[in-house]
Design a protein around this ligand. Structure first.
Ligand code: ZN
Length: 296
């Protein structure tokens, strides 16, 4: 039997140039980039965990559909916020049974959901922190663009031109993400698994492939004209094989790898220093089985 994996952590640095992923929103005709203030007061650039989780969710959904993985009615159209609409869940008033029903959907199981009636929620098995730019290694520029107002083509007067400002950012970003294979298909009311080993392993593989998809290309805001230039990526994929959380040290710290290497056994650390290398290391994780509570 192949070895089990309890938790997986991905920590690393990725260089993204000339992007506009994830902005604060528009103030007048100026779009504001996201700013993070660190504990020492330094300000830096960031891409929210919500956006990164959304990228992973979307990749998961596409792969799940391709592989005919069961999805609930809400998730079939990628509207997990509408989990309330799953008729098979809301007709069951007893919470344990309703949760068992909800876990039949691979996306609800992996990425979590909230149902109002019966009151039921599931915490995602995949978590992302903000991607935070190394404070000394980011730049921002606001570019002024003009475009002729719709329907006004051919008229050259200045008043008919729309002027707008778009931020363009470049930086080396610290990434942190956690995946909890032990919770796949786990009903966390009575702590029993509602899926067989084969289905748990299938969902586990989908999560790994979704990480591969998102690292291969970051989708997000303004990519129609600000497609991110991603280049160097390096970091660690760490795992635990017993019921211990994977430790996290932010890649904002220059010595994060050395520190993690002191805590985790070398056989549970995979280093990567390029995209092909990261994808290869992720593929290697697919040989493992998701950990099962109480199955020692
Ligand atoms: Zn669902």
């Amino acid at each position: 039997m192949s070895e089990r994996v309890y938790e997986i952590g991905i920590v690393g640095r990725i260089r993204i140039d000339a992007h506009s992923l994830n902005n604060e929103g528009a103030v007048g005709n100026v779009t504001e980039p996201r700013t993070i203030v660190l504990a020492d007061g330094r300000k830096t650039d960031g891409i929210s965990g919500e956006m990164l989780k959304h990228i992973h969710t979307k990749a998961f959904w596409q792969l799940a559909k391709e592989r005919n993985t069961p999805l609930c009615e809400a998730c079939l159209t990628l509207r997990p916020e509408k989990a309330n609409k799953n008729p098979n869940v809301i007709k069951i008033s007893e919470v344990k049974g309703a949760l068992n029903e909800a876990l039949k959907c691979a996306l609800c199981d992996i990425h979590g959901f909230l149902v109002e009636k019966p009151t039921l929620s599931r915490k995602s098995t995949v978590e992302f922190g903000w991607a935070i730019a190394i404070p000394e290694q980011f730049y921002r520029d606001i570019h002024v663009h003009t475009r002729v107002a719709p329907g006004e083509k051919g008229k050259e007067t200045e008043s008919e031109q729309m002027i707008y400002n778009r931020p363009t950012r470049s930086g080396i970003y610290a990434l942190v993400s956690i995946f909890q294979p032990w919770r796949i298909g786990l009903n966390e009311i009575n702590y029993s698994y509602v899926l067989n080993d084969e289905e748990r392993k299938r969902r586990y593989g989908l999560v790994i492939d979704s990480y591969k998809a998102m690292l291969s290309r970051l989708e997000g805001a303004m990519t129609t004209t600000r497609l991110p230039h991603t280049s160097e990526i390096d970091g660690l994929i760490i795992k635990t094989v017993n019921a211990m959380p994977v430790p996290l040290i932010t890649p904002l710290k220059d010595d994060y790898k050395e520190q993690l290497e002191k805590i985790i056994k070398s056989e549970n650390i995979q280093k990567f220093d390029s995209l092909p290398n990261a994808l290869e290391k992720l593929d290697e994780l697919k040989t493992y089985q998701p950990y099962k509570l109480g199955a020692q």
